[in-house]
Design a protein around this ligand. Sequence first.
Ligand SMILES: Cc1cc2nc3c(=O)[nH]c(=O)nc-3n(C[C@H](O)[C@H](O)[C@H](O)COP(=O)(O)OP(=O)(O)OC[C@H]3O[C@@H](n4cnc5c(N)ncnc54)[C@H](O)[C@@H]3O)c2cc1C
Length: 494
Amino acid sequence: MIHRKVVVIGSGFAGLSTATHLAVEGQEVLLLEKNNTLGGRARMFEAEGFTFDMGPSWYWMPDVFDRYFNKFGKKTSDYYDLIRLDPSYAVIFGKDDFMDIPANLDELKKLFEGLEPGSGKRLDDFLNQAAYKYQKGIHDLVHRPSLSLMEFADFSLLKDLFKMDIFQSMSRHIRKYFSHDKIIRLMEFPVLFLGETAQRIPALYSLMNYADIALGTWYPMGGMHKIIEGMVSLAEEKGVQIRTNAEVSQIVGSEREAKHLVLSNGEIINFDFLIAGADYQHVDKRLLPPKYSNYSDDYWDKQTLAPSSLLFYLGINKKLKNLRHHNLFFDEPLGPHADAIYRNPKWPEKPLFYVSAPSQTDPAVAPEGMENLFILIPLAPGLEDEASIREHYFDKVMDRLEKLTEQSVRDHIVYKKSYAHSDFKKDYHAFKGNAYGLANTLMQTAILKPSLKNKKLKNLFYTGQLTVPGPGVPPSLISGEVVANEVMKSIKKI
Ligand SMILES: Cc1cc2nc3c(=O)[nH]c(=O)nc-3n(C[C@H](O)[C@H](O)[C@H](O)COP(=O)(O)OP(=O)(O)OC[C@H]3O[C@@H](n4cnc5c(N)ncnc54)[C@H](O)[C@@H]3O)c2cc1C
């Protein structure tokens, strides 16, 4: 076995995944994280007896997590207890207009039938096609490094790609099957995770509906950070050395190789291979000298970023009624809010928002008799987010939450913290304060995404939500594996 010294920047899902894969291949791996806690956007914090997940809250595609731990001879249950949520989530369309989305497919079909006769059967047809896309997409396409078009050039794959409607929009695809407004809004919701509206996301991504409806919404007891804790424990068991409070401030190259990096305290660290799991644009434009950047400022400005968010972490000193674990407040139309995110970036007039109340499922995340709330308003990246505007939006959301769920919430807040663009920049060096990377539009798919390889320095690679395969926890896990495979190919070539 050939042993090389590999340094990984960043302890998000992608960094931890790539570090563990390379350690298992016998490489000496050092992982550097600028923050004092691990997990990147999936970190947690504790305050006043509450445990808050800072970022992801939806556990979808359980097979991807199973596969990850299985690869190392482990099971998810070695690290956390997973439960399937039922209802999967609730959608609040308006006053007295709440819809629980049942985990059971037959019940969901009944619900569809009640809204639009024939739509239950059409849901089966829709999901059959989506199942095929899921198998092909998640078990094959996302594992391709997308370094060359030739990876996609075999005939059966091309035939499959056409079968998968990659050139049609999700919006159009869904409307071929359904016409009821509520069903359409439900079916269009999962692609919002991909950072664009259904009009701009290719119909390949109905695989997200399969993930939602067929595979279900799960929750690791204790919180989403339990996944990170499991991954950290596994990484360390496999020999990865992890350092927190280790911010990389510079990557030094010469000829065709990255030579060493410099930490913010001036320490120099040498390596044979470097993998950047920190935000791609930060590494490309801030850590590297301009002559080694992969892309220009103009390129980055033209990329469609996934949204940023205004978040509130709230501790409530009573139990709340009329809320589920996951709650989508769709009581205002998506159109104007989507326009304010993607077309004419500005603070939206009447934002849609999402409320997670994990204490509805998990007593460990709040003191007894209390509620843990996480509120998310998706926003355009690059907005100013001073305290007064955060408060203005807090009031807007509270007014609606209290009215729609028919209870006082504001008067029962015992802990409150907000988080938005400037925090994403400070904590993660997030380009324009993005929350979840680069959108999966057709023009930003596979080989059209920022490359996982530096084009000038042959031992520098990138991983994470701004490169292949895309944003979200499962893709970031996979990204780490894909880049580790590429690094191993290079190591074996030397
Ligand atoms: C609010 C929010 C909600 C989300 N909800 C979901 C969800 O429900 N389900 C889902 O699947 N996905 C969700 N996502 C997306 C998901 O969390 C991300 O796609 C994923 O966590 C990204 O992982 P990553 O490893 O690519 O990046 P990150 O987690 O950002 O990791 C990058 C790491 O690099 C570190 N770093 C940056 N610069 C340096 C430097 N110079 N030196 C050293 N370290 C550095 C950062 O501190 C960070 O720890 C959500 C994201 C957010 C923000």
